[in-house]
Ligand binder design. Structure first.
Ligand code: FAD
Length: 286
């Protein structure tokens, strides 16, 4: 019997998946398929290399440098795992993603690898200063998530194939906040999202943004100003300071205009949401 349909290869190891990609460069990796199939254009797909059977991608474990979550973990599995329960921003990102049905197939790896600014995990993982583990012919390497996302945005189709193996989320203290605006009454893809970590003991403020650039990004300038200006040992923070930090985040981001919202709307939303995130996190740690 001849098989004239597109290739579908269920790989069982990282090396098998890489070899299949090298042999069929126009084929694409697929995990849950919830993003790839929904976003695909009308062309006949050149083929799929499924990553779902690769056990190395399914692990969730505590490691010395943080919580490791395999790229192939579904969001439903993530939300059920007791180890993840303590990482509140991961839980928030998971709950904010799609519906229960979609979450039972959708993976964290697919959410990150697509590097789109409207996805849920990018901003949260950036605020947590997560790093990702990537497997290629050169072996396994760990890189900061921020670098990975920026590289994915710039990457040409011809880039050597690589598989996202997982993400390490450093253990943090302090207070987390995640909020989003989405067209579908708060559900679905985010028009703008803000994740914030405030750790007053370590004098750290980290801000991840979605919908504020070509991919999820850090608000570095606002973070640096906050670290200088906030009196973390003090009892209160003037509302004008939180507003200023929001303004700086808005000023330095690069939001797109699309069917969901204009760049100006998104920029305004970033300013307001960062201010509110900081005020809420500050209040909660008084
Ligand atoms: C109805 C609906 C609602 C949705 N709502 C949301 C939402 O609210 N928020 C949100 O963030 N997303 C949403 N999504 C998008 C999607 O479900 C998620 O982003 C999901 O996490 C994608 O994971 P996946 O395993 O299905 O990825 P796939 O579709 O399998 O893959 C997505 C991309 O990532 C690549 N990829 C996947 N895994 C790897 C890997 N390990 N290494 C290298 N490349 C890889 C694939 O080649 C592909 O390009 C929604 C989707 C649907 C259908």
């Amino acid at each position: 019997m001849s098989n004239s349909g597109p290739l579908f290869l269920p790989a069982t190891s990282l090396d098998e998946a890489l070899a299949a990609k090298e042999a069929n460069s126009a084929a694409t990796f697929i995990a849950g398929g919830t993003s790839l199939i929904a976003d695909r254009d009308a062309r006949e797909p050149a083929g799929y290399i499924s990553l779902r059977r690769i056990r190395a991608l399914q692990e969730i474990e505590r490691r010395t440098d943080g919580l490791f979550v395999g790229a192939g973990c579904t969001i439903a599995a993530l939300l059920r795992d007791p180890l993840v329960a303590s990482a509140s921003l991961l839980v928030e990102a998971g709950r904010a993603t799609a519906t229960r049905q979609v979450r039972s197939r959708a993976t964290i790896g697919g959410n990150i690898a697509v590097a789109l600014p409207d996805r849920s995990f990018g901003p949260c993982l950036l605020a947590l200063e997560a790093s990702v583990h990537v497997h290629s012919r050169e072996g396994l390497r760990a890189i900061p998530l921020e670098l990975y996302l920026n590289d994915r945005v710039k990457a040409a189709e011809t880039t050597a194939p690589e598989i996202l193996v997982g993400v390490t989320v450093p253990y943090t203290g302090g207070r987390h906040h995640y909020s989003r605006i989405a067209a579908d009454n708060g559900g679905g893809y985010a028009t703008v999202s803000v994740a914030l970590l405030l750790d007053r003991e370590r004098h750290v403020v980290r801000i991840g943004l979605g919908g504020a650039g070509p991919t999820a990004c850090r608000a570095h300038e606002a973070e640096a100003f906050a670290a200088e200006a906030l009196d973390c040992k003090g009892g209160s923070t003037p509302p004008s300071l939180a507003a200023k930090i929001g303004e700086i985040a808005a000023q330095h981001c690069d939001p797109p205009t699309d069917l969901s919202a204009s760049s100006a709307y998104r920029r305004h939303a970033v300013g307001v949401m960062v201010r509110r995130a900081l005020e809420e996190a500050w209040e909660a740690t008084r």
